[in-house]
Design a protein around this ligand. Structure first.
Ligand SMILES: Cc1ncc(COP(=O)(O)O)c(C=O)c1O
Length: 455
């Protein structure tokens, strides 16, 4: 029973005999408990169904007829992660550029403005705030407020279905909790790199679900069906509204994605960081957590709310055993969320009906300016208008590649665009971000730069 597990190996534990309840408690559980995450003393669920590739731990005098699926929390290292190209690019240029034309967040309210619109309870919490450690799962009233975002008319979620995380951390924790070497994982691509890179780093067999640009960046469910390997695909990762194309599937298509994933026996990880910023003609999709009891959803304050400096997001899932694994792994990353961020996030969520319409109006206005600009410069950009979110991904029509264009624009004019090369998606597109107040000035500066001879 003291078998050592290799790094990166999953620790599902299989007991090879159905023990009686008393034997289970007195003999089996104590034997396997050392392999449980700290703080967890009982398996949460027994199942006769197994998902392949576990380390097996046999008990003496056994017959196969029962599987105990426990926890698989020790996938931490080694992981071979490629550099995060987009984040490295921003690290180099973001704060050295005067004009940001590619930011994916909205400009959000100032601290002063956020507190000025806070309700009485939140204001009192802010005024009495101390800067100690916070509850690892997240402040209960914040988790309640987050739970309220999902099917508010007939609540599905309770605060226990929510784990507060840094958004990027939520991706890491989910992958560590679910993916082991050799697992088949499908991810929308191009995309935010960690959504697939962490799985690849963990040794997953990765398939990319690519959009059809000629069909308005449509992610075709026919293509997803072809990629799925029923019974062996472990995880499907999707991100709608999509970074970087701004694509949003129709609700019926999203339901089909959820359904296809479920029927293939895979878990859906739905990155909904840009949810709530739908453009005219498109309505907010139901969240994957509303459609499937097994789906895991990531969202947060960074993009739609314009508060990335809070470093606050959440995972929601109706299968609390998955959240427990993530919570257990979080002890190795941030442990808990900064206390001021929790209160400020609460203020923003409670004030969302004032905040979000203003952000949406700004994106609509900036998109209108960009569309005019593209119409005046058909030699430069071919724009497929985004349906939701803050970003879009025009194709370049000039002779210069995206990397060179962006490099020269940054160096010569301090204007920042994002080349498709950081997405590993060729050299023919740039990402444009529509959520910033300064977008009109940045676009005018870019126009002027082009007029003066660049690129
Ligand atoms: C699709 C997507 N998911 C997750 C994140 C991570 O969010 P954060 O930077 O707030 O951690 C981003 C950030 O750009 C993103 O675009």
């Amino acid at each position: 029973m003291n078998r050592q597990f290799a790094c990166g190996e999953r620790r599902d534990i299989i007991l090879r005999r159905r023990p009686s309840p008393s034997v289970l408690q007195s003999r089996c559980i104590p034997l396997v408990r050392p392999f449980f995450p700290v703080g967890i003393t009982q398996p949460t669920r027994t199942s006769k169904h197994t998902v392949g590739g576990r380390a097996k731990l046999s008990l003496p005098d056994t017959h196969v007829n029962l599987t105990y699926r426990t926890y698989s929390v020790y996938n931490l290292f080694p992981m071979h992660l490629a550099p995060f190209a987009l984040e490295r690019y921003f690290a180099r240029y973001e704060f050295a550029s005067r004009y940001l034309l590619c930011a994916s967040d909205c400009d959000g309210p100032s601290l002063h403005a956020l507190l000025a619109q806070a309700d009485e309870e939140t204001t009192a919490l802010w005024q009495s705030l101390t800067l100690g450690y916070t509850e690892s799962q997240g402040l209960p009233i914040l988790r309640q407020e987050i739970a309220n975002l999902y099917t508010p008319e007939s609540p599905l979620l309770s605060p226990d279905d929510v784990l507060v995380v840094v958004p990027e951390e939520g991706i890491l924790l989910t992958m560590l909790a679910l993916v082991k070497p050799g697992d088949h994982v499908i991810s929308t691509f191009p995309g935010y790199q960690s959504l697939y890179e962490v799985a690849r780093g963990l040794g997953a067999d990765l398939s990319f679900w690519r959009p059809r640009e000629e069909e308005g960046w449509r992610f075709a469910t026919e293509d997803l069906s072809t990629l799925l390997r029923p019974g062996s695909t472990r995880l499907v990762v999707c991100n709608f509204p999509h970074n970087p194309t701004g694509y949003l599937p129709p609700p019926a298509t999203f339901r089909r994605i959820v359904d296809l994933t479920r029927r293939a026996g895979a878990v859906l990880f739905s990155d909904e960081m840009y949810r709530g910023l739908e453009l005219p003609g498109y309505s907010t999709l139901p969240s994957a957590v509303e459609l499937s009891s097994g789906a895991i959803v990531l969202s947060g304050m960074s993009k739609t709310y314009g508060l990335p400096g809070l470093r606050l997001g959440w995972l929601v899932c109706r299968d609390t055993s998955i959240l427990q694994i993530c919570a257990s792994l979080k002890d190795y990353t941030t442990i808990c969320t900064p206390a001021p961020s929790e209160i400020l996030a609460l203020a923003a969520l409670r004030g969302r009906n004032q905040l979000l319409p203003a952000h949406r109006e700004r994106v609509i206005y900036n998109l209108h300016l960009l569309a005019e600009f593209c119409a005046r410069r058909p030699d430069l950009f071919q724009l497929i208008p985004p349906r939701a979110g803050t970003v879009c991904f025009p194709r370049l029509r000039c002779a210069v590649g995206a990397a060179q264009l962006c490099h020269e624009t940054a160096h010569r004019a301090a204007i920042l665009l994002l080349p498709s090369t950081v997405y590993g998606y060729g050299d023919s597109h740039v990402r444009i971000g529509l959520g910033r107040v300064t977008f009109p000035d940045a676009l005018a500066a870019f126009d002027e730069y082009l007029g003066a001879g660049g690129p």
